[in-house]
Write a protein that binds this ligand. Structure first.
Ligand SMILES: Nc1ncnc2c1ncn2[C@@H]1O[C@H](COP(=O)(O)OP(=O)(O)OP(=O)(O)O)[C@@H](O)[C@H]1O
Length: 308
């Protein structure tokens, strides 16, 4: 039995169309499944909570974007009893990009029905104020999160999604926000011991895998299964040079630029001089001036196309 959690609204309603294609195939092939369609924000979290209350092994397939996967990962109670399958149906699909999951829905379904590999993926946890949330792709504070916040309700994203170019939204908004933004002073503490001071931080992002924001290869060497987090701090770069950083970050070529700092750690704490936007997997965690993140001990079993 396969349990499907479907966000029909992902990628400006493309999720619903993708599900129709998947459901037709499941019916044709007489595959047993149960459907749980989300009908509001955070519904995927409620659904998976109820599905994972008992520690009974289940294959749960998510149809949506990185935001839907984030809601799902945040609701799993018995992590060890779950195997996740994923049919990417979002605008940016950064998780699917790194896991090399098929972009074609029926191919992605085929992989789930005939799995090649099961990979244990790290689950990150970010804490802020009195709250905390898990992430699979990344969390961040500063400019990158500001871009995610604006992209959530972006008209531009809706328009670009019509041409399968939704991921370009992030680049467009990033340029607009960069022009206005004022960097902060920041302190980053790695593994409770290494303290780093920065004067003009644009953003700090903590990643499980290389990509975020629709294909920016921010930490090219990050691996989602190594129990470590990769951290990028972008500091003290003139805005004109920052404009160059975005296109070359698509190829992971920004890492040699002075002012780009990359670290690997088990935990990270970030303090900024002023409140700044925070995101987990592109979803908003409002404005904060302090966040901390770690890799949880338990990993989640994921159906993948490749071994890592
Ligand atoms: N039925 C629904 N109606 C409206 N919004 C929904 C519904 N179900 C889920 N959502 C919300 O839709 C938002 C977007 O989903 P998701 O992130 O998966 O798609 P996306 O933004 O197109 O993809 P990506 O994150 O890969 O760019 C999430 O914040 C989720 O809470």
């Amino acid at each position: 039995m396969y349990y499907f959690i479907v966000n029909p609204n992902s990628c400006s309603k493309k999720g619903g169309k993708i599900w129709a294609e998947i459901e037709k195939k499941l019916k044709e092939d007489n595959i047993q499944y149960k459907l749980f369609m989300t009908n509001h924000r955070y519904h995927a979290t409620e659904i998976i909570k109820s599905l994972t209350l008992e520690a009974k092994p289940k294959i749960i397939v998510v149809v949506g974007g990185d935001g839907t996967i984030n809601e799902v990962i945040n609701g799993i109670i018995n992590v060890k009893s779950v195997t996740l399958g994923y049919i990417p149906a979002g605008s940016s699909n950064d998780l699917a990009r790194y896991l090399k999951l098929p972009r074609e829905p029926l191919e992605a379904l085929n992989l789930i029905l005939n799995p090649k590999y099961f990979t244990l993926l790290d689950i990150g946890r970010v804490s802020y104020g009195t709250s905390s949330r898990r992430f699979l792709v990344s969390c961040g504070i500063g400019l990158d999160a500001g871009v995610c916040h604006e992209a959530l309700d972006s008209e531009l994203k809706t328009r670009l999604n019509k041409f399968n170019l939704g991921s370009l939204t992030y680049a467009g908004i990033a340029i607009k926000q960069l022009i206005k933004c004022n960097p902060s002073k920041g302190i980053v503490i790695l593994d409770d011991s290494k303290r780093l001071n920065f004067d003009n931080v644009y953003f700090t992002t903590i990643l499980n895998s290389p990509y975020e924001g629709g294909g920016f290869k921010l930490c090219p060497k990050a691996r989602p299964d190594d129990s470590y987090l990769d951290v990028i701090v972008v500091d003290n770069i003139i805005k004109l040079k920052m404009l160059m950083l975005f296109p070359i970050a698509h190829f992971g070529l920004h890492t040699k630029i002075k002012g780009v700092h990359i670290y690997r750690c088990k935990s990270a704490e970030i303090h900024l001089s002023k409140k700044s936007p925070v995101h987990t997997d592109g979803e908003s965690c409002f404005l904060q001036n302090r966040i901390s993140a770690l890799a949880e001990e338990e990993q989640i079993r994921f159906i993948t196309n490749t071994s890592f």
